[in-house]
Design a protein around this ligand. Structure first.
Ligand SMILES: Cc1cc2nc3c(=O)[nH]c(=O)nc-3n(C[C@H](O)[C@H](O)[C@H](O)COP(=O)(O)OP(=O)(O)OC[C@H]3O[C@@H](n4cnc5c(N)ncnc54)[C@H](O)[C@@H]3O)c2cc1C
Length: 319
């Protein structure tokens, strides 16, 4: 069976960066990518040094061209399962959605995550344009405008304090989250108003903003809404391997446990980018991918020396 040194699952910023490091280290690499990067809803990306305001799709197009220079194939497709055969070196098998089995010595999981938004009609359609997840990514573009933070839990109160940095016209849409009196007073001290009650819809307003309706019939017009999604890592393909997981702080959820180099509890599997943490932007995800790529190569180098030493010792003892 022909095999790869490394299969990278996911061709976003993290996966392509890992592939680039590995390709330049002369490794045989395949990138399998479903092609649905997390930021595909946004036309521009920000706080990415050297690429300020670039279309995220353009970054990935450049990345695919760069890895191709080192002979790396980026194949469209989705991994549904990863198996460990227990063999000594080429021990992993990636099963694609088409049922193909691909053999590899090591794996980098860079499959990102899926954002689940609160179930308010009109919210999801505006994700990435007027419904935003992160002020570092898009806050500058709406600075000084009528902003809102939609709470999905008490953790959103920190996001509200943060977003106040970008505008002094800020409303907290508390929905069904009860805001403690002390927190409400703290927000009020900087002019933040709180609107309670279930939200029933978000629509375009006559003045070009967003009209947010509550079940009580009130309408609040804002220009942009920040909301923390429920972030679910796209790591289902590895579920049967039973890798260690970690509960991230602040109710961010359960993610694969990785060391600072991205190594999981499996000695031949690394993970990088948003599949390990929702807090990583494009630059941080690319950086994590680069580190993981380098460390996978190092692990294979060590395995190759170990195997060569064993072979030599066997030859010597047999002579
Ligand atoms: C609306 C929005 C706007 C954003 N704007 C910014 C910004 O301006 N600046 C910034 O720094 N960050 C921004 N981000 C964050 C940014 O999207 C992430 O930091 C970045 O996408 C993480 O890269 P990644 O490679 O880890 O994952 P992704 O970019 O999500 O790439 C993962 C890839 O893996 C694929 N995949 C998933 N499962 C499988 C599978 N089983 N098999 C094969 N492939 C699979 C996916 O389809 C996808 O192509 C934004 C996020 C959102 C939601």
């Amino acid at each position: 069976m022909t095999h790869h040194d490394v299969i990278v699952l996911g061709g976003g910023a993290a996966g392509l960066s890992a592939a680039l490091a590995l390709g330049r280290a002369r490794r045989r690499v395949l990138v399998l990518d479903e092609g649905r990067p997390r930021n595909r809803f946004a036309a521009h990306m920000h706080t990415v040094l050297g690429h300020e305001g670039l279309d995220p799709a353009e970054l990935l197009e450049r990345g695919r061209a760069e890895v191709a220079r080192y002979g790396i194939e980026v194949r469209p497709g989705r991994a549904v399962e990863v198996r460990d055969t227990g063999e000594t070196d080429v021990r992993l098998r990636v099963v694609t959605h088409e049922g193909e089995e691909l053999a590899t010595r090591a794996l980098v999981l860079a499959t990102g995550l899926t954002d689940h938004l609160p179930d308010v009609p009109g919210l999801a359609e505006r994700w990435g344009t007027r419904v935003l997840h992160c002020p570092y990514c898009h806050g500058w573009e709406v600075r000084g405008e009528r902003l809102a933070v939609l709470l999905t839990s008490h953790a959103g109160l920190h996001q509200a304090e943060l977003v106040r940095q970008w505008s002094d016209d800020l409303t907290v849409l508390a929905g069904e989250v009860e805001v403690p009196a002390l927190a409400a007073a703290r927000l009020a001290s900087r002019g933040v108003q709180i609107v309670s009650g279930k939200l029933t819809s978000v629509e375009d307003s006559a003045d070009g903003g967003l009209a947010v309706r509550t079940a009580a019939g009130a309408v609040h017009v804002v220009d942009a809404i920040f909301v923390a999604s429920r972030a679910v890592p796209n790591d289902g393909a590895l579920a049967n391997l039973g890798l260690e997981r970690a509960e991230l702080p602040g109710g961010q959820g359960s993610f694969l446990a990785v060391d600072p180099t991205g190594r999981t509890s499996h000695e031949r599997i690394w993970a990088a980018g948003n599949v390990t943490s929702p807090a990583l932007g494009v630059a941080a995800s690319a950086g994590a991918g680069t580190i993981a790529g380098g460390m996978v190569n190092m692990a294979l180098v060590v395995a190759e020396f170990d195997a060569a030493e064993r072979a030599l010792a066997a030859q010597t003892s047999g002579a």
